[in-house]
Write a protein that binds this ligand. Structure first.
Ligand code: SAM
Length: 246
């Protein structure tokens, strides 16, 4: 997989994208992340990427020409997604990470200042994604979030277990929040690990984990239950916990 990131701050990317699973995925050749300096696509001595907004108002807006030229220089395959990061975009969800992880080439455009000329957003970008309902000073952190979420899904990236198994229980992938996890020691400052996890009874552990995932989702993100695939047993368990099936 190839990921292209277009930014005026390329120096922000090496550390966050060089460590851990995302760094290893690149070392293993599962993905290549190319960070492009937008200023390389300007034509004036001062390498200007912004201009004042038509109609007046505070701040600056990113000009369209360097962004169009940067994307054109990539010679993207027909239909490859060009994602503009913007607080006005659709919320970025696990399903988007799964969808983008199946692409061969993904391009991410990072805005700055007061935002980006609307011709880029409407005509160059094929989609707009937001990482949350807050305003960052630039799209770079959002691009890092998107790249991290995508690259860990690439087959072989997680390393420690068969791919499907490693991600199937993840929050959101399963449709639920993940069950609570524990490790050694079994007893710490009077806090014990639930007995069932030490029992060696795999079926009991699986049922406990499923019920805890259901409980946790009902308590913290009940709206996810409407989209989750639930068995009759799950529904029974949820009703015991006070869930009102729609
Ligand atoms: N004035 C714009 C508005 O109100 O929609 C916000 C511009 S923001 C200061 C500058 C850039 O940061 C945006 O162009 C975008 O690339 C990025 N950005 C800010 N918040 C973001 C978010 N929640 N998700 C994704 N990108 C974001």
């Amino acid at each position: 997989m190839q990921v292209h990131i277009v930014t005026i701050f390329p120096e922000m990317f090496p550390a966050p994208l060089g460590a851990g699973i995302v760094g290893r995925a690149q070392e293993a050749g599962l993905a290549a992340v190319h960070v492009h300096d937008l200023r390389g696509f300007t034509h004036d001595r001062r390498r200007t990427t912004d201009g004042s907004p038509f109609g007046g108002g505070p701040g600056m807006v990113m000009r369209p020409e360097p962004l169009f030229e940067a994307v054109e220089s990539l010679k993207l395959p027909e239909g490859a997604p060009i994602v503009a990061l913007t607080p006005q975009g659709a919320p970025f969800r696990q399903a988007d990470a799964e969808r983008l992880a199946a692409e061969e080439v993904v391009t991410l455009l990072c805005g700055r200042y007061e935002g980006v000329d609307e011709r880029v957003m409407a005509e160059l970008a094929t989609e707009r994604l937001s990482i949350g309902d807050y305003v960052l000073s630039g799209g770079e952190l959002a691009a890092m979030v998107v790249v991290d979420a995508i690259l860990r899904l690439l087959p072989g990236a997680l390393g420690h277990a068969p791919h499907g198994e490693a991600i199937a229980d993840d929050s959101f992938t399963s449709g639920l929040l993940q069950y609570p996890q524990y490790t050694r020691p079994a007893e710490y400052r009077g806090m014990s690990v639930p007995d069932v996890l030490l029992s060696g009874d795999h079926a009991a552990v699986e049922r406990w984990r499923r019920n805890e995932a259901l409980r946790r989702t009902l308590e913290r993100r009940p709206e996810l239950l409407a989209q989750a695939t639930l068995s009759d047993e799950d529904r029974k368990e949820l009703r015991k916990l006070g869930w009102r099936d729609a």
